[in-house]
Design a protein around this ligand. Structure first.
Ligand code: UDP
Ligand code: MG
Length: 310
């Protein structure tokens, strides 16, 4: 088993692959320990398949997984994790936006005893203002909804210990938000700050639509608070309708006729009741969802004192 496995998801990356391979190989060889490069070809339509096969022919450290169809970045990385056999697994994009030269620094932290070393972006060069702004706003919302477990300004570029990879492998959910799943797993985590570069060549495969899907997956997979929304709205409507009834009643005592306002207050009350019922159903759905995700109940880092170590 190699010490390091590097997982590289590739989708239509023919322009960058040979440069990526060169830089990764240089870095990994300088580290002086055994390693494997696990390239996952995520159903590319260009020449990626042949380039990867050639790399595998000429370099014994290369493993290649070809998908039969495009599964998406998070799925490709998940497959890479399944096939990787190293003691430490590094996840890195194929387009050199995550510089391979940061890997030795991550490995150093790993040897110091950290189980997850995530790349924290110092700057977002070459990214539009909109992307920077939306990313920052998104992380704020995510942290509010899902609790404080998610580090900001991190992508999927990271080194994880085998035991953390095993936890994520044991999480069978289909909508995968890996950076969240690694954060959820716990263990000792620490950042390494790096400059995120512009794409070496080619173009992004993350158009706005895919980005929004990933963002929604992050929230929906790690928070059931959106299901609380109708409960809150229902409560608000009910309170407003109660106040309306009170006002109408006082008006009636002083002889004023409420007329249609009574109907309006009644409708408000009905909507409130319906929203509250929906919210209650939502709480049950949250429970079902929690169980359907099939995540482990707890994650043990170590046990001591048992006769047979579990
Ligand atoms: N990728 C993938 N499958 C996809 C889309 C992207 O495996 O369906 C890979 C891609 O080859 C790259 C990484 O995921 O290695 C990140 O994608 P990209 O650079 O297009 O995203 P961005 O950096 O612009 O967010
Ligand atoms: Mg990229």
């Amino acid at each position: 088993m190699p010490v390091y496995s590097v997982v590289i998801p590739c989708y239509n990356e023919q322009e960058v692959l040979s440069e990526t391979h060169k830089r990764l190989t240089k870095v990994m060889q300088d580290m002086g320990e055994s390693y494997e490069l696990v390239y996952v070809n995520d159903g590319s339509k260009d020449n990626t398949e042949n380039i990867l096969n050639d790399l595998q022919q000429s370099d014994e450290n290369v493993r290649v997984v070809h998908f039969a169809r495009n599964g998406g970045h998070q799925i490709a990385v998940s497959a890479g994790l399944d096939y990787a056999s190293g003691d430490a697994i590094i996840i890195i994009d194929a387009d050199l936006q995550d510089p391979p030269e940061v890997i030795p620094e991550m490995a150093k932290k790993w040897k110091e005893g950290y189980d997850v070393v995530y790349g924290k972006r110092a700057s977002r060069k070459g990214e539009s203002r909109f992307k920077k702004w939306s990313a920052s706003a998104y992380y704020k919302v995510l942290q509010k909804l899902a609790g404080d477990i998610f580090p900001r300004d991190t992508g999927d570029f990271r080194l994880v210990d085998k035991k953390v990879a095993d936890v994520v492998r044991s999480m069978p959910e289909h909508a995968r938000y890996l950076r969240g799943m690694f954060a959820w797993a716990g263990f000792k985590q620490c950042p390494v700050v790096f400059e995120r570069h512009e794409r070496f060549a080619g173009e992004t495969h993350y158009p706005l639509k895919k980005m929004l899907k990933l963002a929604a997956d992050g929230i929906i997979s790690f928070s059931d608070k959106p299901l609380m929304l109708s409960l809150l709205l229902g409560a608000a409507f009910s309170i407003i309708s109660a106040i309306s009834f009170l006002v109408l009643l006082i008006c009636a005592i002083f002889g004023a006729r409420g007329g249609l306002w009574w109907i309006a207050a009644f409708m408000l009350m009905l909507s409130g009741i319906m929203l509250i019922c929906l919210g209650i159903a939502g709480r049950y759905i949250a429970r079902i969802y929690e169980d359907v995700k099939g995540r482990p109940l707890y994650v043990v880092a170590e046990t001591r004192g048992f006769k047979e170590e579990k």
